[in-house]
Design a protein around this ligand. Sequence first.
Ligand code: BGC
Length: 377
Amino acid sequence: MKKQFFLLLTSASLCLFACNNQDKTKETAAMTFQLTEQPFGTINNDTVTQYTLTNPNGMQVRILNYGGTVTNILVPDKNKTMGDVVLGFDSLAGYLQAGNPYFGCLVGRYGNRIAKGKFSIDGQTYQLTLNNNGNTLHGGVQGLNKVIWKATKQAGDSSLLLTYTSKDGDQGFPGNLSVEVVYTLTADNALQISYAATTDKATPVNLTNHCYFNLSGGKENTILNHEVMIQADQYTAVDTLLIPTGQLPSVKGTPFDFTVAKAIGKEMSAVKGGYDHNWVLNRKGNGLEKIATAYDAGSGRLMEVFTTEPGLQFYTGNFLDGTLQGTKGNTIYPQHAAFCMETQHFPDGPNQPSFPNTILKPGEKYSSVTRYQFSVK
Ligand code: BGC
């Protein structure tokens, strides 16, 4: 109701603005969506391009065709001052360095971990490339975060389509997998990401995005004071290597309870290293539902997360340690400099029969939508 009122008010004021400014063509021209591009370096002979989506409010999202990486999200604070709310690097070299902790990128074919990089489908066992303590993380050694996607600007200048075909056997995964991701910047300051995929052999798929958010836009060097709410009564318990045990404990009375918004740092010391877990979302159906929020009181920025997915990896930048080189403006990113809210199916889904299905079959279409909605309060 509140939102409808807000929308009504916004459209009313937009109309007023437009009506009063009919002769000022320059201003009205700036009130449209824009999608521009600029070179961002090369990998071998391939050009890496940075695309900039701008909405009529001046919100901007910048995306690379390399890894489908979101490099910048510029949104206003409560004083209407723009700030960049994601961590990243100043140049392509930063993103290419071995220690890049998946800043802003698309993650696939399988976001999060697959135990020992092994799974079986119809009696056949597949072995993936291993890149995380003998397990496979985020699709393996050369995941979708490390390839150049084909980028196509969409009509209306508010969306960018990225496509990539991962070949049969890529990182050990069966089937040729065609992936389509659409990044859309909306008029009401949301970044919406739509994922789709098809395959010619049964194969696990779990696509997500790995933005590291710090809503203070550089004012706070950690996110421990951000207040987070996660709509989940359970989470997936993990072993010491962050592989799910199959158990889904209740969050009640534990530091994992974010059903009522609280500061990230409030009870985090009781969780070794910080949060790096999958929350089992309370869902009403299969549609796009609001499942999490994050709020930074200093800037007033609020981020609401909507998704069609059953899980959320809430990761508090535990492995950041202040040593990354080439960061934006040479900012030091200490431990907990940012948090990730990776919408997903559960980790190790292919090996956990009780978890939601992650196997895509020929003739089926994988689809998933996540929306990061920004506002102030
Ligand atoms: C994982 C972390 C991992 C990080 C990579 C997260 O999705 O859950 O364990 O370190 O990605 O930067």
